[in-house]
Write a protein that binds this ligand. Structure first.
Ligand code: PGA
Length: 249
């Protein structure tokens, strides 16, 4: 049985005051959620979140990490630094990083390897563009992205894999549960081929315009074990609603 996990991805949003209010509200609402939860935030707010969420069971994650270990890389933040301040997971390969910052499959694999070495669980994002979907290349693209990581690190060491169709991120367009499930099943099969036991345990998350109104339907699919939530994670109330749709089966 896989315990579902729902992860907030705040992207470049937040302030010390807004974060404090969000955490207070979410911890108040949290009650008896049946899923694990995590908040991924900009680097500068991670120490604040580690401190506010200490002992709460809500994990704190980064949104990306350097693909270099340490040294003369101005502006970069390393996996070891994240571990040093108590961060336990990190997103890698988000499509905004792949497209806007030109991160490659190899960069993402290297980031995952450095995180694992530092004791941090990578949440690996994969996803196709609209053009790739329309030309029937969805599986080819997401499997290529996943294989690049699996060539570098064992599946058993990943925290999660998140399928995020690029055309669904921040657009209000969501993959239908059937379309998302089909991609998740392909990802699971690929993981199984590399490590069957790990594949059965690894949470596969869906991301891309998940909101309270569609979370239940998506999370009910057999291979969707939770979500990576952007826009709907900016309000603690909405994020809580999305989290309550994730049920342990
Ligand atoms: P969204 O973002 O929920 O706003 O579509 C998801 C993500 O980019 O992780």
């Amino acid at each position: 049985m896989r315990e579902p996990i729902v992860i907030a991805n705040w992207k470049m949003n937040g302030s010390t005051e807004a974060n404090r209010v969000w955490v207070e509200k979410f911890l108040q609402l949290r009650g008896d959620l049946e899923c694990r939860t995590a908040v991924c935030a900009p680097f500068v707010y991670l120490p604040q979140l580690v401190s506010l969420l200490k002992g709460s069971g809500v994990a704190v994650g980064a949104e990306t990490v350097s693909s270099r270990k340490n040294g003369a890389f101005t502006g970069e933040v390393s996996a070891d630094m994240l571990a040093d301040i108590g961060v336990t997971l990190s997103i890698v390969g988000h499509s905004e990083r792949r497209t806007l910052w030109k991160e490659t499959d190899e960069d993402v694999a290297e980031q995952a390897a450095l995180l694992i070495e530092a004791g941090i669980a990578p949440v690996v994002c994969v996803g196709e563009t609209l053009e790739e979907r329309e030309s029937g290349r969805t599986e080819e693209v997401v499997l290529r992205q996943l294989r690049a990581v699996l060539a570098r690190v064992p599946a058993a060491r990943l925290g999660a894999v998140a399928y995020e169709p690029v055309w669904a991120i921040g657009t209000g367009r969501t993959a239908t549960p059937e379309a998302a499930q089909a991609v998740h099943a392909a990802l699971r099969a690929e993981l199984r081929a590399s490590d069957a036991a790990a594949a059965d345990k690894l949470p596969l998350l869906y991301g891309g315009s998940v909101k309270p109104a569609n979370a239940h339907e998506l999370f009910s699919c057999p291979d969707i074990d939770g979500g990576l939530i952007g826009g709907a994670a900016l309000r603690a109330e909405d994020f809580h609603c999305v989290c309550s749709a994730a049920r342990a089966d």
